[in-house]
Design a protein around this ligand. Structure first.
Ligand code: DSN
Length: 418
């Protein structure tokens, strides 16, 4: 890999080497990250990049599509089988555009959307004023119960009944608990709203059947294909058979242009791989590691938002340690542990400081770290939280983190030699 880049642009090749070194030597715990298998990289960089095509298999706007049609059909069949879905559109470029496809399919400007508050676990594309799309719709938000820090379904139901949104969205970026899809589906049906689940964070766990699937319950299920799904930087949308035409129209020409055949091929590879026992075991271990980290950190006096986790991530309230999310993120980054600062529910701090961090277990579990290693990571995190500015502590923790991650190669030896 990179042979020609090394010859033509050593500066850029050097940056790739630098990033590879960073990833190899870091304990990567950003909840939206994972490590893609080598075939995903190969296919993402394959000759499929050269092809421009719009439309669907058998109905393209450009010539030369017969191979592309086979790729798209193969990807669609594999995705439907893996997730047990009636219909899937795999043309999306990302989780964000997957959401836009559904909006284009079923909403008109001015329609109301009911979704989860961003600062309590939702996503930027679900109605944050910072996102350009929010100007087109009217947004109302539900959140979590202050005591349980889990979705307040009663609030969601009364808002839905009062406000009669056209679309209800569940799922988000930092919600560590299972979601009661059946209940939200019932609420949506009662008021005649569409129900969409954004499963971007948990798609790999759903594919491996280690958490319940939203697909039987929702009209539309959107997702990115990175995160726990461990595939290309791309997206996908599932729907009920009755909504297939609406969704396809909302995707192309409704919200996207030509397809990305290279990442489509990479996704097709992953739709096969995610059905293997190897992938299932990794996903199962991701959840075990997340639960184990929550328990270990709690033992060190951290407060875990909602009291634990059911998936691949946890949100940690740092106030008992007297530090902010920003301080903790920076101190951990300096010793080679990568997490992100994150708002906790009803956070008194602003979003650039925060009282918490979000920690994800996918990438390190892929590298082979298990519950014994999690004990060590929690212990390092605790030492840092207690003395975030103590140079001697930082030095010792950096050495311990390096020693630990050094035992688990990011990719098999020699992968990038050629
Ligand atoms: N929202 C970002 C995250 O979860 O990190 C990516 O979509």
């Amino acid at each position: 890999m990179l042979r020609e880049t090394r010859l033509t642009d050593p500066e850029l090749a050097g940056l790739v080497d630098e990033e590879l070194y960073r990833q190899e030597h870091n304990i990567e715990m950003i909840a939206s990250e994972s490590t893609v298998p080598v075939p995903v990289m190969e296919l993402s960089g394959s000759v499929f990049t050269n092809k421009t095509l719009e439309g669907y298999p058998g109905r393209r706007y450009q010539a030369g599509s017969h191979v592309a049609d086979k790729v798209e059909r193969l990807a669609v069949e594999r995705a439907k089988e893996l997730f047990g879905a009636d219909h899937v559109n795999i043309q999306s470029y990302s989780g964000s555009t997957a959401n836009y496809s559904v909006f284009a399919a079923v909403l008109k400007p001015g329609d109301k959307i009911l979704s989860m508050r961003l600062d309590q676990g939702g996503h930027l594309t679900h109605g944050s004023p910072a996102n350009w799309m929010s100007g087109f719709y009217r947004h109302i938000f539900y959140g979590v119960d202050p005591d349980t820090e889990q979705i307040d379904y009663d609030e969601l139901e009364s808002l839905a009944k009062e406000q009669k949104p056209r679309l209800i969205i569940a799922g988000g970026s930092s919600y560590p608990r299972l979601i009661d899809y059946e209940r939200i589906s019932r609420i949506s049906k009662d008021i005649g709203a569409y129900f969409m689940v954004d499963m971007a964070h948990i798609a790999g766990l759903v594919a491996a059947k280690v958490v319940p699937s939203p697909i039987p319950h929702a009209d539309f299920v959107t997702s990115s294909t990175t995160k726990t799904f461990c595939s290309a930087r791309s997206g996908m949308v599932f729907s009920k058979k009755d909504h297939a035409r609406l969704l396809d129209k909302g995707t192309f020409p409704g919200s996207l242009g030509s397809i990305h055949l290279h990442t489509m091929a990479a996704k097709a590879w992953s739709f096969k791989y995610a059905g293997t026992e190897e992938f299932r075991r990794i996903m199962e271990q991701v959840v075990k590691n997340a639960k184990s980290l929550a328990k270990e950190l709690e033992g060190h006096g951290f407060r875990i938002v909602s009291g634990g986790t059911d998936n691949h991530l946890l949100v940690v309230d740092l106030r008992s340690k007297g530090i902010t999310g920003k301080m903790f993120q920076e101190a951990l980054d300096s010793i080679g542990i990568t997490v992100n600062k994150n708002m906790i529910p009803f956070d008194p701090e602003n979003p650039s400081v925060t009282s918490g961090v979000r920690i994800g277990l996918t990438a390190i579990t892929q590298r082979g770290l298990g519950e014994g290693d999690i004990v060590e990571i929690a212990e390092i995190m605790n030492r840092i939280a207690d003395r975030p500015e103590d140079e001697a502590v930082l030095r010792e923790c950096r050495a311990d983190a390096q020693r630990l991650i050094g035992k688990f190669p990011l990719y098999p030896e020699g992968t990038f030699k050629e």
